[in-house]
Design a protein around this ligand. Sequence first.
Ligand SMILES: [Zn+2]
Length: 420
Amino acid sequence: MSNKYTLPRYSVGVGDRYAHQAKAQLTACIQAAKEGVEVIPVWNKSNREHTIIGTEPSQTRAAADAAVKALGWKSPYFVDADHITLKTVDRFLEPCDFFTLDVADEIGKPAQPEDVDGFLARHPELIGEVRIPRIAEPFKTDGGFVRGVANKFLAAIKDAGRIYRLIVERKGDGSFVPEISMDETDLPQTPVELLIILAAIADEKIPIQTIAPKFTGRFNKGVDYVGDVAQFAKEFEEDLAAIDFAVKRYGLPANLKLSVHSGSDKFSIYKSIHDALVKFDAGVHVKTAGTTWLEEVIGLAEAGGDGLVIAKEVYRGAYEHAEELCKPYATVIDIDFAKLPKPEQVDGWTSEQFTSTLRHDQSNAAYNRSFRQLVHVGFKIAAKMGDRYLHALDVNEEIVGRNVTTNLYDRHIRPIFLGR
Ligand SMILES: [Zn+2]
């Protein structure tokens, strides 16, 4: 069963903090289509980002629709209510057709004992030797282990069910893409845990099309992956196998795929992701979110003049309000404050110095990952500038847009989906 709310095989989540780059982002997808691969754009912006900036989800929708119309994009596209809960879903209901149900806060809250008992009784296949096609070694579990996992996740999945049914009630069955996200939590989920979680999601009758587990390693905002790439590759493949198995066994939607909440720019695992997709003939959704905001700052800095002044002010503001700006992102940033240049020093920089410090080019000796992460979380400073910032984006549309498109296409879409 598929309709216009069936998410195609390859999709990229793009964030657009100030709703000015939808065209530049879509251009990257058009470029991919010209290279022979369909990659669907999904504009995502979380409640957290809307709240920090003071925007509404309807603005994200308007920007996406306008870009699609202007560039004549004929393939599907979506607007994602990213990381929403029962408390925050309301204003997303109308403009969005993709909902990322965030249950991270509920993970670990003990489930009702009768729910856990019921789950174990329904799923004897998960206890003992669990053989999954294409995973060499069977998973070995016992009742205690499955009980522990069920106890950890069932309350969260029930919560997802409540959000899901509310959206169905308001928008209608089958009129949106549901995703469940568990990435913003402390511990990664192993492939066997993922399988148990998928069984429970199927029991709860949530027809998820994407699932975002927390993967092994650190996914810090805007910078590269930190962790064991080989271990990631192994778990990613096992996750694909577990999903394939769960789709067949539990009747989840046939297009169910992994959603990688990358926090942007996880270049060192892109090859593993691409190779695994080819090997397993699988799809993927990759959220790149804040990388576009950083390209705006890079574009403004590159433009020089008032653009460069604004970029420097963003840095100064971020530096001076670092504590407040970092707080909501504590689990997903890792800034070495000793490595941050003083704003006075940055004030004297040329365009070239600023862009090479910020741009994610690890072969450039000037690149500074602490600087980049701080600017990444510093978008509130630009929000406070209000029209002055938006005006600078308009004046420098061409140079900013070029950075946004090139970044999205060359550094993300090409390695993930085309494997080069
Ligand atoms: Zn996420």
